[in-house]
Design a protein. Structure first.
Length: 392
């Protein structure tokens, strides 16, 4: 019994400003390509069942082109695997805020896909000896959550959900997408399941031998540099999906080739350097990229650069690099300023993101709000603003 586990395609996401010759946002096209390649891989492996653990679309109201593309890919899957169950749960990105708003995910029921949008669904496939509990984002956010434990005597019991497993994921770089439901390990009852297919965290991650995040198929999160760092720390190379053999209890990573390199360059230390020396170091870093920056996503951090030195940099050259790259983030950071605090104790002036974080951490909140999630949202918004400013 083999199960294909995909999650977080985020079809329809738009990043940066470059368009394809046909007028589609380039990153939207990259994300669509990744999903198509994943479907190619699933068809080639011919699993017995397929699950998609949330965030098929990046928004509740995806574009017509994204909807048509997704429908065609599911149609390909159905034609190639006519007997295979296909299960799709709604993630936080493709869940309507209002109960009165319909979900586009129900469209895929026309192709025989079992979709869980509002409530948890227990799905039985007797011919495969398979039972699936599909838990969408809305069900996890409800005042009374459904039981996340298996029922019945099926040989293979699979849980599919979209959420954040408490105490498991790295949060220091804020690489976990905001808005996910928090699920406790005890609540999950991993040992009772044949396999737990998770979505929401965009890096492939083994929670336990039978419990995995498959990760996203492209870099679509708010902090792709943090995702790269998480992948390096966990020894993971790139994106993909998972093929779980429920009889052998093995999980195989199936890669999806990236559309373009995403390069985080070694930072430049600018303390004490004049603008022309910094210009030379920036050029040196960029020239060292095999093939250059053309059509790539590149970040270069430059530390300890006073404002007046930053103004004197060769901005014409910087703009030229930005025009060549799909996205070039020249992240120039001013020196940390130390000053006296209180009665002469040395202290460091807080950065604006730190000030915002401190304010949000102590601001009075309604009892029903999750403070950690509230602070994390503020961090993500500040990060987005800083990226936008750096890109201007």
């Amino acid at each position: 019994m083999r199960l294909a586990h995909l999650a977080d395609p985020h079809l329809g996401v738009r990043q940066y400003h470059r368009q394809t010759p046909s007028g589609i946002n380039q990153r939207e096209a990259d994300v669509a390509r990744a999903f198509r390649l994943a479907v190619d891989g699933v068809i080639a492996e011919r699993p017995d069942a397929v699950v998609i653990a949330g965030d098929l679309f990046h928004s509740v109201r995806p574009t017509n082109s994204a909807i048509v593309f997704a429908f065609k890919q599911f149609q390909r899957l159905r034609e190639a695997l006519p007997e295979a169950p296909m299960v799709l749960v709604a993630g936080n990105h493709d869940t309507p805020r209002s109960a009165e708003t319909g979900s586009i995910l129900r469209l895929f029921e026309e192709l025989g896909v079992d979709v869980a949008v509002d409530e948890a669904r227990r799905l039985e496939y007797p011919a495969l000896g398979l039972s699936v509990l599909a838990v969408p984002h809305t069900a996890l956010m409800a005042a009374e959550r459904p039981s996340l434990r298996p029922e019945g005597g099926a040989r293979h019991r699979v849980l599919v959900l979209h959420g954040e497993i408490e105490g498991v994921l790295p949060t220091q770089r804020h690489t976990v997408e905001y808005g996910g439901a928090l699920v406790g390990l005890r609540e999950l009852g991993m040992e009772e399941w044949s396999y737990v297919a998770l979505g929401h965290y965009h890096v492939q991650h083994e929670v336990a031998a039978n419990t995995w995040y498959s990760g996203s198929l492209e870099y679509v999160g708010t902090n792709l540099w943090g995702e790269l760092a998480d992948e390096r720390e966990q020894g993971i190379r790139g994106k993909g999906w998972l093929l779980a053999d429920l009889d052998r209890r093995t999980v195989t990573r199936e890669s999806v080739p990236a559309s373009r390199p995403i390069i985080d360059l070694e930072p430049v230390r600018g303390e004490g350097l004049a603008a022309d020396a910094l210009d030379d170091l920036i050029e040196e870093r960029l020239r060292a990229i095999p093939g250059g920056v053309v059509d790539r996503i590149v970040r270069l951090r430059v530390y300890d650069v006073p404002r007046h030195v930053a103004r004197e940099l060769d901005h014409a050259a910087i703009r030229a690099h930005k025009s060549e790259a799909l996205h070039f983030n020249l992240d120039i950071r001013r020196p940390e300023i130390h000053r006296a605090v209180g009665v002469g104790a040395p202290g460091r002036r807080q950065t604006l993101p730190e000030l915002v974080r401190d304010f949000l951490a102590h601001r009075p909140l309604p009892a029903e709000l999750d403070r950690d999630a509230f602070v994390r949202l503020g961090d993500e918004l500040m990060d987005a603003v800083e990226r936008d400013v750096a890109g201007t």
